[in-house]
Design a protein around this ligand. Structure first.
Ligand SMILES: *Cc1c(COP(=O)(O)O)cnc(C)c1O
Length: 388
């Protein structure tokens, strides 16, 4: 019998995270692969979800999301970034940022349209572009003086008459880059000149280091009207399993997203929405403590990886460090990542899986530092064996 999967999804097998997490479980290795924290979010926020489940929070919420959460999101965009969104028509709650991005691409890209992505990219982007029948056009992020960035001329050259969307992720997973105002301006210029819509993934908006400032693309001149901004509760409040996110955009884009989202999942889990509204209003000081602790964890992991023989790139945000494996005598990150659990008892993600041109990322592996200090220390201890 022939493979039942539709042709446009055949290049997407099991995600690398499933494969690597399964190896971690089988071998008892320390999992610095998938990015999820090993400590809980703020206790009072968790209580709001529990209370909603115990009482009256268990039936369908409104499709667009609970008014309390839409209002809290609008207030967050106003207070933090000076962006005004009408909670009734310009904010829409989705099943995590993942569904926000998927609904946006499915709603805005016609089959055959081209979508620009910065490579390496978060793995769901390629799959959802394929589901839409659209075509991805990668623009390379390359390390320049220790930081991953792009060449504005390459960005310009990637735009064709079929280009419709550009996906922008900052702070960037897996590169760790927080786009500067200058970089965002280059993106904004291309969007305006070529009449593109930007879909931004800002799930790490609070998790930036060394004073790097997260600047939403929508705050740049002329961009609010052509940007669909996506964020979520998962990374900011250490609840990656809650899958509760939101889209903010001009009403006509929100209506487009709504048309798709309402038939994917209709609504988003109610108890998590109540808790997310509470968290955005009351737990931002907790997020600042998380940010500081992640910055220290980043430094801890980088120091250890360098001592173990890797060359590292210092991320300005997110949960992840890129490590160059060549100083240890390795060249293929896929091979190393597959053998690392047996060799050293640690799981990492081969960065090449995030590329259209895997050779560009062949010598990188990605380590997550959103873990308890003792877990990071134990992983480092094990990784020292690689050079010994
Ligand atoms: C974790 C992550 C997501 C997924 O967010 P959810 O709210 O869990 O769907 C999206 N984009 C990037 C870059 C991420 O790292």
């Amino acid at each position: 019998m022939s493979e039942p999967l539709v042709g446009r999804m055949r290049e997407f097998g099991e995600t690398i995270f499933a494969e690597m997490s399964a190896i971690a479980v089988r071998t008892g290795a320390i999992n610095l692969g998938q990015g999820f924290p090993d400590e809980n979010g703020p206790a009072a926020m968790l209580e709001v979800a529990v209370e909603a489940i115990r009482t009256d929070g268990n039936q369908y919420p409104p499709g667009p999301g609970l008014p309390a959460l839409r209002e809290a999101v609008a207030e967050q965009r106003r207070e933090r970034y000076g962006l005004e969104f009408d909670p009734a028509t310009e904010v829409y709650v989705t099943v995590g940022a993942t569904e926000g991005i998927a609904s946006s691409v499915l709603a805005l890209a016609e089959p055959g349209d081209e979508v620009i992505v910065f490579e390496p990219y978060y793995d769901s982007y390629a799959a959802v572009i394929a589901l839409a029948g659209a075509v991805r056009r990668p623009v390379m992020l390359r390390p320049v003086e220790g930081r991953f960035t792009f060449d504005p001329d390459e960005l310009r050259a990637a735009v064709s008459p079929r280009t419709r969307l550009i996906l922008v992720n900052s702070p960037h997973n897996p590169a760790g880059t927080v786009f500067t105002r200058e970089e965002l301006q280059a993106i904004a210029d291309v969007c305006r000149e070529r009449d593109l819509v930007a879909v931004t993934d800002e799930v790490y908006e609070y998790l930036t280091f060394d004073g790097a400032e997260h600047i939403p693309l929508a705050t740049l001149d002329g961009m609010r009207e052509r940007t669909v901004t996506v964020s979520s509760v998962g990374k900011s409040f250490s609840v990656t399993g809650w899958k509760t996110g939101w889209v903010t955009a001009p009403a006509r884009y929100v209506r487009a997203v709504q048309t798709v989202k309402q038939f994917l999942t209709y609504a988003t889990g109610g108890p998590w929405q109540r808790a997310a509204a509470y968290a955005l209003r009351n737990e931002l000081p907790w997020v600042e403590e998380l940010r500081k602790s992640l910055e220290a964890k980043r430094d801890r992991l980088i120091l250890g990886l360098e001592e173990a023989g890797f060359t590292t790139y210092r991320p300005q945000g997110t949960y992840f460090v890129q490590a160059d494996i060549r100083p240890l005598g390795f060249t293929d990150g896929m091979e190393l990542a597959r053998s690392l659990p047996e060799r050293a008892g640690v799981v990492a993600i081969p960065t090449q899986v995030f590329y259209d041109h895997p050779e560009e990322g062949a010598h990188f592996v990605r380590f997550a530092f959103c873990k308890k200090d003792e877990v990071i220390d134990a992983a480092i201890e094990r990784l020292r064996k690689l050079s010994g």
